[in-house]
Design a protein around this ligand. Structure first.
Ligand SMILES: Cc1ncc(COP(=O)(O)O)c(C=O)c1O
Length: 451
C-alpha cells in the first residue's frame, strides 16, 4: 500500500469540506509567506488522521501496510516510521527495553538523546570510553574485546547502546559484539543515525540489524535525502523485543499529530533507495567520494575511517579554523565542523561531483597558501567521572549555581559538552574534579551543582 498514492488520490478527488485540524484545511487558507515558501502541495498532504489514512500511533491500515513493506525491504521483524527523528527512536528503544535501575552499558560518545532516555527511564548507565584517537581527536569504533572487558567488570547489564557509525565514520565490531550480547541475553541497541544508506549499496558494512543488533535507529534525513527529521527504527528478526513495546514507548513520547508530509517523505526515500536508480545513486556517491579521496593535494591528510562518505581532513601546517573561514567566505563551502586541526565534511545523497570538485579546488587553494599558521593541538583527554546520582535523580534534584573554582568534589547538575565532537566532559549526577574544571572554558565562571 502506498501512502503517497492514497494521499494524491485524495487531494485530486472530490473537494472535501474539512472541519478538522490542522486548520489550513488542506490549503483552504495558507498564510501567504508560507504558500510562497512551501507551495500548496505541502498543505494538500498535511492533515490529521482522517478516515482511511490510518493512525501512526495505532496503525491498522495504510500505515501498517507501509511499515510492513519497509520492514520487508530492511529484512526486519518490524520497522517504525519516525516523524520526530532518530532522537525519538533512541528514546523509545530505551523506554521499551529498560526500567528504573536497570543497568545499561553505554559508550560515552553517545548522542544526547541516549542521555535523555536515561533520565526518562531511570536506567543506570555504566559508561565506558571507546578508544580515543589523539591524532584526529575522535573516538574510534568499539571492539568486541572492549565489551568483554566491561562485562567482566560489571554484572547484570540489561542492554548495550553503541553509536555506529560515529559522526566521523568509525564502525564498531557489531557482529562480534552482537554474539556476545546474545550469549548473555543483553539487548543490543545501535544508534545508526549516520548509516541510513548501508542497506542499499556497496558500502563495506551492513546495517546493524543484519549484523545481529536487536534494534537500530537511522536518520533518513542525515544521508539519504529525506527532509528533517525523517527517521526509522528497526527491530531485527531474531530479537525478543516486541513491536508492541516499541509502539507503546513511541506513543509515550511523540506527537499525536504526526506529519504526513514526513511520512510520505519516508515512503518516497525508502522506495527510491530500494530501486535500481537509488542503488546506482548511492554507489556513485561512494565511487565519487573515493575518487576525491585518491586525488587530494599532497599536504592534505584524510582520516582513514571506515565510512568513506565522512571526510575528516587536515591541512599540514595550516590551522583549520583559518582554512574554514576561507572555505566559507571565498568558496561558499560549509563544513559540518572544524577544530583547529581537522575539518569534517559529511557527504550524502546530495553530494555530487560538482561539489566535490569545488571542495578539492578550495583545499588545493588553501594548502598552497603562504599563510601558514600554527596548528593548535586539539587533544582533550576524556575520562569518566564518578557517578553519584543517576541521570534521573540528578535531573529532578534541587540545583544551585556555584563558582567553578570552588566546585571540586560537588555533584554536577548540568552537562558540559565539548563541541566538536559533542562528547560530555561531565553529566548531571557526576562528581566535579579538578581536571574537569581545568578543561572547562576559562570564561565558565559558574556551574550548577546538585544540592
Ligand atoms: C550519532 C547521532 N545519533 C542520533 C542523532 C539524532 O538524530 P535526529 O536528528 O534524527 O533526531 C544524531 C543527530 O545529530 C547523531 O549525530
Amino acid at each position: 500500500m502506498s501512502l503517497i498514492k492514497k494521499i494524491k488520490d485524495y487531494y485530486n478527488g472530490n473537494k472535501r469540506y474539512l472541519f478538522t485540524t490542522p486548520s489550513h484545511a488542506q490549503g483552504d487558507f495558507i498564510i501567504p509567506v508560507l504558500k510562497e515558501m512551501l507551495g500548496i502541495k505541502y498543505f494538500k498532504c498535511d492533515f490529521s488522521e482522517i478516515d482511511g489514512f490510518d493512525n501512526l500511533r495505532n496503525p491498522d491500515g495504510a500505515i501498517k501496510q507501509l511499515q510492513a513493506k519497509i520492514a520487508d525491504i530492511y529484512d526486519a521483524k518490524a520497522s517504525f516510521m519516525l516523524t520526530n527523528g532518530s532522537s525519538s527512536g533512541i528514546i523509545a528503544a530505551v523506554l521499551s527495553t529498560l526500567k528504573e535501575n536497570d543497568k545499561v552499558l553505554v559508550a560515552r560518545n553517545c548522542h544526547i538523546s541516549v542521555y535523555n532516555a536515561l533520565v526518562l527511564s531511570g536506567a543506570l548507565p555504566v559508561w565506558f570510553l571507546p578508544e580515543y584517537d589523539y591524532e584526529w581527536g575522535i573516538f574510534r569504533g568499539v571492539k568486541a574485546s572492549d565489551i568483554n572487558k566491561q562485562l567482566m567488570k560489571h554484572y547484570n547489564i540489561k542492554a548495550l547502546i553503541l553509536t555506529s557509525p560515529t559522526y566521523e565514520g568509525c564502525y564498531s565490531e557489531i557482529s562480534e559484539i552482537a554474539k556476545i550480547c546474545k550469549e548473555k541475553s543483553i539487548i543490543f541497541i545501535v544508534d545508526e543515525a549516520h548509516g541510513a544508506l548501508y542497506n542499499f549499496s556497496d558500502f563495506n558494512t551492513m546495517p546493524a540489524i543484519k549484523l545481529g543488533a536487536d534494534i537500530s535507529i537511522q536518520s533518513l534525513h542525515k544521508t539519504a535525502g529525506a527532509p528533517n527529521p525523517a527517521a526509522l527504527l528497526h527491530i531485527s528478526k531474531d530479537s525478543n523485543v516486541t513491536e508492541n513495546r516499541i509502539q507503546n514507548a513511541l506513543n509515550l513520547i511523540t506527537t499525536t499529530s504526526p506529519s504526513y508530509p514526513i511520512l510520505c517523505s519516508i515512503e518516497g526515500t525508502v522506495q527510491f533507495l530500494d530501486s535500481p536508480k537509488g542503488k546506482y545513486t548511492v554507489n556513485k556517491l561512494i565511487a565519487d567520494v573515493n575518487k576525491f579521496r585518491d586525488n587530494l593535494p599532497e599536504n592534505i591528510d584524510i582520516c582513514n575511517n571506515d565510512d568513506c562518505t565522512k571526510l575528516l581532513i587536515k591541512i599540514k601546517g595550516i590551522d583549520c579554523i583559518y582554512a574554514s573561514t576561507i572555505l566559507n567566505k571565498r568558496f561558499k563551502i560549509e563544513e559540518e565542523y572544524t577544530t583547529s586541526s581537522a575539518m569534517l565534511f559529511l557527504c550524502g545523497i546530495g553530494t555530487n561531483t560538482i561539489k566535490l570538485n569545488r571542495l578539492r579546488k578550495a583545499l588545493e587553494y588553501i594548502s598552497s597558501s603562504k599563510k601558514v599558521q600554527h596548528c593548535m593541538p586539539n587533544q582533550k583527554a576524556y575520562s569518566i567521572p564518578e557517578m553519584k546520582y543517576s541521570p534521573r535523580f540528578a535531573y529532578f534534584s534541587n540545583k544551585s549555581a556555584l563558582k567553578t573554582n570552588i566546585a571540586t568534589g560537588m555533584i554536577s547538575a548540568e552537562e558540559r559538552v565539548i563541541y566538536p565532537p559533542g562528547i560530555p566532559l561531565i553529566l548531571p549526577g557526576e562528581v566535579i574534579t579538578a581536571d574537569i574544571i581545568n578543561a572547562l572554558d576559562s570564561d565558565d565562571d559558574y556551574i550548577n551543582v546538585c544540592i
